[in-house]
Design a protein around this ligand. Structure first.
Ligand code: GDP
Ligand code: MG
Length: 451
C-alpha cells in the first residue's frame, strides 16, 4: 500500500506523547505541528492541513482520554476519526440504470478505469455494462479500450474515425440501449483548455449522466485541489477514483481533491490490469494507512469500562505463548463486554485466531460455551486458574458440583483451553500474523519467549 510515508510521519508525531500521563499543552502543540508537516509533505493543501490539525489540536486539548486509554492511543484515535471524517462515508452505488461519465486530466487512468469499473460491475452485480469511447483526441483510444476488455463480454462502442465526441456519445447511447450501465470515457489534456471545457460540458449535457467520476492519479500533488475544482464546476463531480495506489505515491493530493469537491472516493486502482480495482471504504483505508488493522473498529465497539491497556496487555500475553486459564477467562470477559462473537470476528483481520471461516451455527455455539465456562471458572481457585494442569479428576468433580455443571462440562473447558493454547503457539510461529499483531499493537517486538 502506498502512503507509507504519511503513516510513518503520523506515527512519529503521535509518538511524541508516548509515555506521557497527561496532555500538556506544549506536547500537544509539538504533535500538531509535526502532524501538519506530515500532511503537507503528503501533498495535502495548506488550508486543509491547517484546518485538520487545528481540529485535532482542539480536541486533544478538550477531550480527556477514557480511563485506561493511553494518551498516544487517544491521539491516534482522534486523528483516525478526523481523517475518516475528511474522506466522508463510503458511497454505495447500485449499478442499475446508470450513465457514468469519466473525467480527468490526460494520463490519470480514465480509460483503464473505465474498463476496470465495467468489469467490476459486470462481475459483482451481474449487470449488462457497455462502454463508450468518446476520446477523439488521443489516437488509438478506442483500440486501447477494446484491448483492455478483449476477454470481457462488455460491449465497447466507438467510432475511431469520428472527430466529434458529442456525436459519438449520442450515437453510442442509442446503440447500447439495453445495457443497465453505460460508462463514457472522455478525453483529457495536460490541463483543461477552453476547447476541452466546451467539449466536456456538451458531452455532459448529451450524456445526462447520473454519475460523474473524477479520475485522479495518486501521484498528483498540491495541484489536485484546483484541478478537482475545475472539473467540479464543469460537470459536478459525484465520485472520485484514485489510481496508481500501487506505486510510490503519497496520495495526499487525492485526499485534497475529495475535500475540495466533497465527492467521496468510490474505487481505488492499484495496478495496470483490468482486475486491479478495489472498492473504497474510508474507515478501512485510514486504519490501514495508520497501520491500525481493524482493531480500531474493535476498540470502538467496546464500552467505557473496557480497559484498553488491559486488552493490549492480554493480547501481548496471548502472543507470548504463556496462556493460563486466567488469561482465557479475561479474554472471555472482554469478549462478553465487547459484544457478540459475531461482532468481534467481523473486526479482526481475516484468519486471525483461525475464526474467519466459522459458520454462524459454530459462532452461536461458541457464545453459549463462553457463558458456561464462566460459571465453571467462578468455582475454581486462583491457583487452579493459573495452573490448569493441576486439574485432575478429584478437583474436576468438586468444580462441577460447585458450579452446578457436570464433569463433562469442566473437561470441555479444559479441552478448549488446550486448543486455544495450541492455537496461540501456532500464531507465535506465524511470521505474517506476528507482524500484523505488532503493527496493531504498535510495539517494536513482542516478547515471544515461551517460558
Ligand atoms: N500502476 C498503475 N498504472 C495505471 C493504473 N491506472 C492506469 N494506469 C496506467 O496509466 C497509464 C495511463 O492510463 P490511461 O487509462 O490511458 O489514462 P487516461 O489518459 O486518463 O485515459 C497507462 O499506462 C495505464 O496502464 C493503476 O491503478 N496502476
Ligand atoms: Mg484515455
Amino acid at each position: 500500500m502506498a502512503l507509507e510515508g504519511l503513516k510513518n510521519r503520523i506515527l512519529s508525531s503521535v509518538g511524541l506523547l508516548s509515555g506521557k500521563r497527561e496532555a500538556d499543552e506544549e506536547a500537544i502543540r509539538e504533535l500538531t505541528k509535526s502532524l501538519r508537516r506530515a500532511l503537507l509533505e503528503a501533498d495535502f493543501n495548506v488550508r486543509q492541513a491547517k484546518e485538520l490539525t487545528e481540529r485535532i489540536e482542539r480536541r486533544l486539548l478538550e477531550e480527556q482520554p477514557r480511563p485506561g486509554v493511553r494518551l498516544d492511543t487517544h491521539a491516534m484515535n482522534l486523528i483516525y476519526t478526523e481523517l475518516v471524517r475528511l474522506l466522508g462515508p463510503a458511497r454505495e452505488i447500485r449499478p442499475h440504470n446508470e450513465t457514468v461519465l469519466m473525467v480527468g486530466l490526460y494520463g490519470q487512468g480514465k480509460t483503464t478505469t473505465t474498463a476496470k469499473i465495467a468489469e467490476w460491475w459486470r462481475r459483482h452485480h451481474g449487470v449488462k455494462v457497455a462502454v463508450i469511447e468518446a476520446d477523439v483526441h488521443r489516437p488509438g483510444a478506442y483500440e486501447q479500450l477494446c484491448q483492455l476488455l478483449e476477454d470481457s463480454p462488455v460491449e465497447v462502442y466507438g467510432e475511431p474515425d469520428e472527430t466529434d465526441a458529442v456525436k459519438i456519445v449520442r450515437n453510442g447511447i442509442a446503440a447500447v440501449g439495453t445495457a443497465d450501465v453505460v460508462i463514457i470515457d472522455t478525453a483529457g489534456r495536460d490541463s483543461l483548455d477552453e476547447g476541452l471545457r466546451e467539449e466536456l460540458s456538451r458531452i455532459a449535457k448529451v450524456a445526462n449522466a447520473t454519475e460523474r467520476f473524477l479520475v485522479i492519479d495518486a501521484q498528483v500533488g498540491q495541484a489536485a485541489g484546483p484541478v478537482a475544482q475545475t472539473f467540479h464546476d464543469l460537470v459536478g463531480v459525484t465520485g472520485t477514483i484514485v489510481t496508481k495506489l500501487d506505486g510510490t505515491a503519497r496520495g495526499g493530493g487525492a485526499l485534497s481533491a475529495v475535500a475540495t469537491t466533497g465527492a467521496p472516493i468510490v474505487f481505488v486502482g492499484d495496478g495496470e490490469r483490468v482486475q486491479d480495482l478495489e472498492k473504497f471504504e474510508s474507515d478501512r483505508f485510514i486504519s490501514r494507512l495508520l497501520g491500525m488493522g481493524d482493531i480500531k473498529g474493535l476498540i470502538d465497539l467496546a464500552p467505557e469500562d473496557l480497559d484498553q491497556e488491559e486488552a493490549i496487555r492480554l493480547t501481548q500475553r496471548l502472543m507470548s505463548g504463556r496462556f493460563t486459564l486466567t488469561d482465557m477467562y479475561t479474554q472471555m470477559e472482554m469478549m462478553s463486554k465487547i459484544g457478540t462473537v459475531d461482532k468481534i470476528l467481523s473486526h479482526l483481520p481475516d484468519g486471525m485466531f483461525g475464526m474467519g471461516s466459522m459458520s454462524s451455527a459454530q459462532k452461536t455455539q461458541m457464545q453459549s460455551s463462553l457463558a458456561k465456562f464462566r460459571v465453571i471458572m467462578d468455582s475454581m481457585t486462583q491457583q487452579e486458574k493459573d495452573e490448569p494442569l493441576l486439574l485432575k479428576s478429584q478437583r474436576i468433580r468438586r468444580i462441577a458440583r460447585g458450579s452446578g455443571t457436570n464433569e463433562k462440562d469442566v473437561k470441555a473447558l479444559l479441552n478448549q483451553w488446550n486448543r486455544s493454547k495450541k492455537m496461540m503457539r501456532g500464531m507465535k510461529g506465524d511470521r505474517k500474523m506476528r507482524r500484523q499483531m505488532q503493527s496493531m499493537l504498535d510495539v517494536d517486538d513482542l516478547d515471544l519467549d515461551m517460558g
